[in-house]
Design a protein around this ligand. Structure first.
Ligand code: ADE
Ligand code: ZN
Length: 320
C-alpha cells in the first residue's frame, strides 16, 4: 500500500542528521567527532530525557558549516520524507546553534532554501521554514537573532521555540513573538512536552501561537483541553519522540487516542527522526500498530495535518 499523503509540521532539520551523513560531513569539513564509527555513535542514541538528547543533538551540529552542508542535510530529509508520503513540510531550524559556532544565519537559510526550492521544482512538494529560538538562551539573544534574520524574512513563514523546556516558560519570549507577528509571521512554540500545562496557557495567551508543538501534557488540565478544542488549536504530536525522550513509557500508553477522543486537532510528526527511530510514515505505522488505530483514524490524522498547515486556502483545498 502506498504511504498515506501527509503534511509534516514538526520536524527539526538538524534532527534529520543521520550518522552516515554526519561522518561524511565531518570528513569533508575536517571535523573530528568524538565517535570512531557510525555504530559507536548509534549506541549514544539511548536517551534518559530531553536534555540528554539535546546534548548529542547540539554536539553533532559541529559538522554543519557551509551552505552545501545545509542543502545536503535538507535534500536527504526531503528524499526520505517523500518516500514516506510527505507532500508538504514545515521545517524548523535553530539559527543560534549555528551562529554561536561562527556560521552566519544567511549560510543556514540559503543552504536550506536551495534544497526546498529544488524539491518544489522536481517533485511538487511544498515547504515552509520555521525559525526557532533556543529557549534556554536569553530573551535578548532571541531578539538579536530575529533582527539578524530580517533580511531573510521572505524565506521564513513562522517563528518557533524549542530546546530545554522546564524553567524556560514561553512568557520569557513575549517581545520577540510580538515583533515576529508584527512582521507578518505565524507563531508556534514547543509547550507541554516536559513542561507543565501552564506553559501551554502561556504559549496561547502570552505568545499568541497558531499551533502548539507537542502539547501532550494538556490532558492534565481540563480547562486547557476545553480551550484547545474550542479554538481548534492544532497540536503537533510526535509519538516516537515521546517514547525515546521518556515523555511516555511505552507507545502503547501514548495519549494520542485520548487526545483524539477529546476533540483536539492532533497531527502526527517525527520531530528528530534520525535520533528517534523513524520518519513520519514510520510514526503513523507505529501508532497504528501499538494503539490499534483504524484506517479512518489515520485518514483523520493526515487530514488534520493539512488543516493545520500554513497554506493558502487554494493549496490546502488541493491537498484535502
Ligand atoms: N529540539 C529538537 N528537538 C526538540 C524537542 N523534541 N523538544 C525541544 N527542543 C527540541
Ligand atoms: Zn520538536
Amino acid at each position: 500500500m502506498p504511504p498515506i499523503p501527509t503534511a509534516e509540521l514538526h520536524l527539526h532539520i538538524e534532527g534529520t542528521l543521520e550518522p552516515e551523513l554526519a561522518f561524511a560531513l565531518a570528513e569533508r569539513n575536517g571535523v573530528v567527532l568524538p565517535y570512531d564509527t557510525q555504530d559507536e555513535l548509534r549506541v549514544a542514541y539511548s536517551f534518559t530525557d530531553l536534555q540528554d538528547f539535546l546534548d548529542l543533538y547540539y554536539a553533532l551540529m559541529a559538522v554543519l558549516r557551509t551552505e552545501d552542508d545545509f542543502a545536503d542535510l535538507a535534500n536527504a530529509y526531503l528524499a526520505r520524507a517523500r518516500e514516506q508520503g510527505v507532500r508538504h513540510a514545515e521545517i524548523f531550524f535553530d539559527p543560534q546553534a549555528h551562529t554561536e559556532r561562527g556560521v552566519p544565519i544567511g549560510t543556514v537559510i540559503e543552504g536550506l532554501s536551495r534544497a526546498l526550492d529544488a524539491v518544489q521544482e522536481t517533485h511538487g512538494i511544498t515547504t515552509r521554514l520555521i525559525m526557532c529560538f533556543l529557549r534556554d538562551k536569553s530573551a535578548e539573544s532571541a531578539l538579536e537573532t530575529f533582527e539578524s534574520a530580517r533580511p531573510h524574512l521572505d524565506r521564513i513563514a513562522a517563528v518557533g521555540l524549542d530546546s530545554a523546556e522546564v524553567g524556560n516558560p514561553p512568557s520569557k519570549f513575549r517581545e520577540v513573538y510580538a515583533r515576529a507577528r508584527a512582521a507578518g509571521l505565524k507563531c508556534v512554540a514547543h509547550a507541554g512536552e516536559e513542561g507543565p500545562p501552564a506553559y501551554v496557557w502561556e504559549a496561547l495567551d502570552v505568545l499568541g501561537v497558531d499551533r502548539v508543538d507537542h502539547g501532550v501534557r494538556c490532558l492534565e488540565d481540563e480547562a486547557l483541553v476545553a480551550r484547545l478544542v474550542a479554538d481548534q488549536v492544532p497540536l503537533t504530536v510526535c509519538p516516537l519522540s515521546n517514547v525515546r525522550l521518556r515523555v511516555v513509557d511505552r507507545l502503547e500508553d501514548h495519549p494520542l487516542p485520548a487526545m483524539l477522543d477529546a476533540g483536539l486537532l492532533v497531527t502526527v510528526n517525527s520531530d528528530d527522526p534520525a535520533y528517534f527511530g523513524g520518519y513520519v510514515g514510520d510514526n503513523y505505522t507505529a501508532v497504528r500498530n501499538a494503539l490499534g488505530l483504524d484506517d479512518a483514524t489515520l485518514r483523520t490524522l493526515a487530514r488534520n495535518s493539512f488543516r493545520a498547515a500554513f497554506l493558502d486556502e487554494e493549496t490546502r483545498a488541493a491537498y484535502l
